[in-house]
Design a protein around this ligand. Structure first.
Ligand SMILES: *Cc1c(COP(=O)(O)O)cnc(C)c1O
Length: 394
């Protein structure tokens, strides 16, 4: 056993993930498998709703769901009032992005691995408010070129919007370097941490971001239909939430309202409480293992997988970046990605397929149209990597 795999008691975590006995799950970047304690927390709340009533269940579990805020504050190195629970990462990101007071002539600084939904939001805001998109090139490794970004900052730069880890590749963008630049030039920085939350340590002070969005179901191993948003106390009053309701604000007079204090002004009243409790447990579960240990093991497993895949004739690995993560993307000659994924699924092996529509600016320049995405997590094993590569080679 290598040192990297000795740092995590992965057998224990496999035991708490019984599906591992039946399936080989390399789709953790799509939706990871929930550990039993997280699943149980969700089921327990649903059961309470069934037996006591939805509002009554919420009252009975107030401490359990209010703990969401201090737990996520601890996960991100933030304050509890800087955290919001949102139904998914896209809406969390939207709540921050569309809250920026856009004016004609403003510029958005971003990079080609931006998540597709985010980029389409740039296009919408560009059209709506006559805002420009400044696309910062990649350096020779494929990550955002921070020096080139620094050169592009000007007086009209309103926002830096970066995707930390793309959905469709293994690179880790140097978010903290971008954060240092944003701080230096006094520019708002919105970080999409959807793929990094749960697979690497995240600290908003170190990252230098003012806003950060993430999802529950990916590397955090929480329930589907859950997400979160961090908004720094330092910038919240510069932002105007795009939607309002009687949870995010108070109707104080017939012609007046006031926003709620803190990031909860980006939430809305009705929410999936079982999911919120489950996601809180998922974050605690990840922190109990340790994000450093998770990152070390995941990088070891992913590097092993890339090396073994490269040994297979006809297989090309496509991951870029100076630092790489648990997402491994590849193609195989003479077997289109969707067919390979289907063939693997029939053998109870889960992967996903990323298409050019998920990353036009990322794929097109590399001449890629589709890649197979195999994303590992700490509970996966070397034996699974071997079995996976045999199945791919077949
Ligand atoms: C999955 C993903 C999202 C969207 O998350 P949802 O919870 O599905 O809204 C955003 N950004 C990146 C980089 C992603 O991989």
């Amino acid at each position: 056993m290598t040192q990297a795999s000795a740092t995590i008691d992965w057998e224990h975590y496999r035991n708490e993930t019984p599906a591992c006995r039946d399936i080989l799950h390399f789709n953790n970047a799509g939706a990871s498998l929930m550990p039993d304690p997280v699943h149980q927390a969700v089921v327990d709340h649903l059961e309470l709703e069934r037996t006591r009533g939805g509002y009554e269940a919420a009252d009975l579990t107030e401490a359990a769901h209010e703990a969401f805020y201090p737990v996520f504050a601890r996960l991100l190195g933030a304050q509890p009032e800087e955290i919001a629970y949102v139904e998914n990462a896209t809406r969390a990101w939207d709540m921050a992005f569309y809250a920026v007071p856009w004016q004609a002539g403003d510029r958005i600084l971003t990079h080609g691995v931006a998540y597709a939904s985010n980029y389409m939001a740039f296009l919408q805001v560009a059209k709506r408010h006559r805002v420009a998109i400044d696309l910062v090139p990649s350096d020779e490794s494929g990550q955002v070129d921070v020096n080139a970004m620094a050169e592009r900052v000007n007086a009209r730069t309103k926002l830096i919007a970066l995707t930390h880890i793309p959905s469709q590749g293994g690179l880790i963008n140097p978010a903290a370097d971008v954060g240092a630049l944003a701080r230096d030039r006094g520019i708002l920085f919105l970080l999409d941490a959807c793929q990094s939350a749960g697979q690497l340590p995240l600290n908003v002070a170190h990252l230098g971001c003012h806003m950060l969005s993430g999802t529950g179901r990916k590397f955090l191993r929480g329930p589907r239909g859950t997400g979160f948003l961090y908004v720094s106390n330092a910038v919240i009053d510069q932002l105007d939430p795009p939607f309002i309701d009687l949870h995010s604000a108070t109707w104080t007079a017939v012609d007046q309202f006031v926003f709620r204090a803190g990031a909860r002004r980006f939430e809305n009243w009705e929410s999936y409480l079982a999911g919120k409790i489950g996601l809180r447990h998922a974050a605690e579960y990840a922190m109990a293992i340790g994000l450093d240990a998770i990152q070390t093991r995941n990088q070891y497993l992913a590097a092993t997988l890339r090396r073994r895949l490269r040994d297979i004739p006809g297989v090309a690995v496509h991951d870029q970046g100076r630092n790489q993560c648990a997402i491994v993307t590849f193609t195989k000659a003479n077997e289109p990605c969707p067919e390979l994924a289907k063939r693997l699924f029939a053998q109870k092996i889960n992967v996903s397929v990323s298409t050019v529509q998920t990353g036009r600016l990322d794929f097109a320049p590399r001449g890629l149209n589709t890649v197979t995405r195999a994303s590992v997590h700490y509970y996966n094993t070397e034996a699974e990597i071997e079995r996976f590569c045999e199945a791919v080679a077949d």
